[in-house]
Design a protein around this ligand. Sequence first.
Ligand SMILES: Cc1ncc(COP(=O)(O)O)c(C=O)c1O
Length: 494
Amino acid sequence: MPPRGGPFVPALPPRVAGTAAYRWLAAGLRGAILEGRLAPGARLPSTRLLADHFELSRGTVVSAFEELVAEGYLEGESGSGTFVNRVLPDDFFAAPRPPAKATPAPARKGAGQLTRYARQVEHLETSEPTPPHAFRANEPALDLFPAKLWAQIAGRVLRRGSTIRVAECDPRGVLPLRQAIAEYLGASRGVRCTTDQIAIVSGIQDALDLTTRLLVEPGDIVCTEEPGYVGADRVFTAAGATIRAIPVDEHGMIVPSARMGGARLAYVTPAHQFPTGVLMSLPRRLALLDWAQRNGAWIFEDDYDSEFRYSGRPIPALQGLDRSGSVLFAGSFSKVLFPSLRMGYLVVPEALVDRFAAARSVRNRHSPLLEQEMLAEFIAAGHFGRHLRRMREIYAERSATLVAEATAHWAGRLDVSPIEAGLQTAAWLTGGQAASAVAQRAALRGLEATPLSNYQRSKPTREGLHLGFAAIPPSEIRRGVRELARVLDEGAHG
Ligand SMILES: Cc1ncc(COP(=O)(O)O)c(C=O)c1O
């Protein structure tokens, strides 16, 4: 087995005047071994390096090493260095060692020592990285991402060395990437903004977190969609906001609504409502903007997968219709490229640009430069546009396969309406079966189907499932549809 750990110089306690140098060094190294800072098998720095570092003679270091070898703490192999002994002297067993596996910390008295945020924040679900099968939602076709091209760009950017030589960048991100995003959003989403208003963030989740820190006080009312995106709810709840869930119908969030009275912020997914997939109508958009303007409230527009529109005319972003600077528009590369990139953007109203930049700088300075430069090059060289067009075609074919197969095999039981956009769709149970029971039986057959009620706070008025298609090859969609038809048969006869 190769020796563990690099030859780092351990930190030693200060030397007390009058102590022989070799004794002080031996005691310091012994302490580092007993505390586990120098692990069994770790290589020690050379005597020359230690002598230089601590300003001692080499003979002094050799004497300290000899003492520790004699005690069994160190072992030396001539020519290959000095190591912490793997077979430990008796004393060692009495010393506390770091546990091999993290054990839960014992409960401390007074959970009140945690902040309100710490007490309320909850994990977002993560899924095991398994090959996609029917009907995984919320995931793009990761196997079709041009990974080789991405690696070539990484190589080019790294060879340029600029991401290493530049100490830091604007907290909002590097200029070429922000310019490219401003241009893209203006042309394809009808967003009206200057490059100054664009901030690169670690995905929409980060944009939500940053926005909430700056605009929502504990106790403030935040309106969310019902059903809606749990990830947004978690951010607002952790911040101590009171959530008012506003129902969604086939035109989007039902606004205006008396339930929105006194709210400070409304969170919406107008381009492709999560999870129902409906497009917010123009009258509703105008009503929401009017509500925000009259009440001095903010709107957070989550544009998470709007790049994928297969039919119907895209309605420009709410942000583009806003004349009062009330809308914060957030988009993500998680669905267009890949989610582990953790890269997205927030278009900040002009009046807030400075506050957002300051908050980002204090929190974690800025997003990593390497990925920002890679992405800027990916967009500038036209790869982004090409990838988008290619994936749009593939997803359109997959969505059409799902609709055609569903019509043939689920008719009268599970209704999938024509899919206009996105990576997934809502399917409505029409035969009286409960979505949770169907989802459970589907899981036994290796299918992923999430009840829409999982995204809902109140009792749903309709039973439905959330079904993904984008990540799934057509043959697997066909298999999944037939399997789910059997699940529906079982439910109808059982
Ligand atoms: C509706 C919605 N908004 C935002 C996000 C988070 O996106 P990001 O990965 O950019 O944080 C997701 C992720 O699935 C989502 O479904």
